[in-house]
Design a protein. Structure first.
Length: 194
């Protein structure tokens, strides 16, 4: 039904994911982070129709201008839109992006940035978490726009309470994890404060 492709780009090893509907050949790119030539080749080869940004931090948006110049629409949450050089659409919580026969639902998860968004491919165990959730805890919040209480609330209420333990979490950097692996550690993260 679907394929997921990942490339690692840029100076801090950003994950860029492409979700592709095998029936229609249409695809969605998550985070135009860097190395625009590689991403444009990927977009062309895999049938990307649209780009979504998990948030607006510089390391996730370095290729946005070039993918837009090549004709791909870029979508971002309103709260992070000013962090991008340019964009085409605003993503709202619970929006559904159709990718061929796939439905990708946006889940607002503020905390790492005010406009952080995760993306769930409906009917699958796949959750693209950006920098909201990593193996071992939440993304950084001791940065401008970050808020630790908000990211904990987002992880608890918008991810852990909604998704099954076998849900695969594909973050913006590093290795994948699962909801079941991370859920038991929520209180530890609260106690340590980061």
């Amino acid at each position: 039904m679907l394929e997921v492709h990942r490339v690692v780009v840029g100076p801090i090893d950003n994950n860029v994911h492409v979700v592709r509907c095998k029936q229609s050949g249409e695809a969605l790119l998550v985070d135009a982070a860097n190395e625009h030539e590689l991403l444009l080749e990927l977009c062309s080869r895999l049938g990307v129709r649209k780009v979504v940004e998990t948030h607006g931090h510089w390391d996730h948006v370095q290729a946005v201008a070039q993918v837009r110049d090549a004709g791909y629409e870029v979508a971002v949450a309103a709260a992070d839109a000013a962090m991008l050089p340019s964009y085409d659409m605003v993503i709202e919580d619970d929006d559904v992006i159709e990718v061929g026969r796939l439905r990708v639902r946006a889940i607002a998860t503020p905390g790492h940035t005010p406009g952080s968004v995760c993306f769930h491919v409906e009917g699958t165990p796949l959750l693209f978490s950006g920098d909201t959730l990593f193996p071992g805890g939440p993304g950084a919040t001791r940065i401008p726009g970050g808020d630790f209480a908000s990211i904990i609330r987002s992880i608890d209420e918008r991810i852990f309470s909604r998704f099954e333990p076998d849900t695969i979490v594909l973050p913006g950097h590093g290795l994948d994890t699962t909801v079941g692996t991370e859920l038991p550690h929520l209180q530890e993260w609260v106690d340590r404060g980061w």
